[in-house]
Design a binder for this molecule. Structure first.
Ligand code: AR6
Length: 233
């Protein structure tokens, strides 16, 4: 993976201009402007009933892979859950420190993912939805909160991008200018992710198959983080 100073400074790759915020990434040559923060919930661990311990391991490994692939100080990830007593937040914090993740680029926050800026939390220009496969509003959890906060224009915008999403994949939707999620919270994009489902009352239940479940969860985070890196350009 080649990382160097970007073309806008007129310098060659590998030049050590430490003031430059622009870097070139990998083979694609995409320019990442270097200032973007992704907020994401712990995928599949509430309504979809995925085992918390296993989910925390996959989550931390996925963040580690992202940090190695994109060693860019301005690309930040924030795991969010509603309560400071969240079991997932404490599991992930422990595993993240054991794994030695870069704490400047990965943090956790207790609060509502749709109200990060207005509640004095970390301002995140991209947020993540733990979606359902039909990309329908309502239900519960993050999905209900994001569709409610983003409004009907956002639902329309989502429908224009896709009508369904497969387990382990994600889709990016630009938040309409008129949405309060954009005006008040500064969120420009929502990435809908569909995680593995272990809840027999929801579609595509994996019936406790954690080999397949962990594979799908890994794919879900990797798709999410790749889409985030693309959006951050
Ligand atoms: N802000 C931050 N975190 C939240 C919020 C919020 N507003 N709401 C929930 N969480 P879930 P899943 C946390 O159930 O398990 C929906 O009905 C929550 O504590 O939202 O992937 C969809 O339509 C947990 O840590 O997603 C799907 O059918 C995490 O977000 C299904 O649920 C994920 O919980 C998806 O289930």
């Amino acid at each position: 993976e080649m990382v160097g100073v970007g073309a806008e400074t007129g310098k060659q790759q590998g030049s050590d201009d430490s003031n430059s915020r622009e870097v070139r990434i990998g083979n694609s040559g995409n320019l990442i402007s270097g200032e973007a923060t992704l907020a994401f919930p712990s995928i599949s661990t509430a309504d979809f009933k995925f085992d918390h311990e296993k989910a925390a391991t996959v989550l931390v490994e996925s963040v580690s892979e992202f940090q190695l692939k994109y060693p860019i100080s301005g690309l930040k990830l924030v795991l969010v859950d509603l309560s400071s007593k969240s079991h997932m937040l404490s599991l992930v914090k422990r595993k993240a420190s054991e794994k030695g993740l870069d704490g400047d680029r990965f943090s956790t926050f207790a609060g509502d993912i749709t109200k990060l800026r207005s509640s004095g939390g970390p301002p995140c220009n991209v947020i993540t939805n733990a979606a359902n496969w039909r990309l329908k509003p309502g239900g519960g959890g993050v999905n209900a909160a994001i569709y409610k906060a983003a409004g009907p224009e956002f639902e329309q915008a989502t429908k224009k991008v896709a009508s369904t999403v497969q387990p382990g994949t994600s889709i990016v939707v630009q938040v309409p200018e008129s949405s309060v999620l954009r005006n008040q919270e500064g969120v420009t994009h929502v990435i809908h992710v569909l995680g593995p489902n272990m809840n027999p009352q929801r579609p595509n239940c994996l019936s406790n198959d954690y080999i397949e479940g962990c594979k799908i969860l890994r794919n879900a985070y990797s798709s999410l983080f790749e889409n985030f890196a693309t959006v951050a350009q």
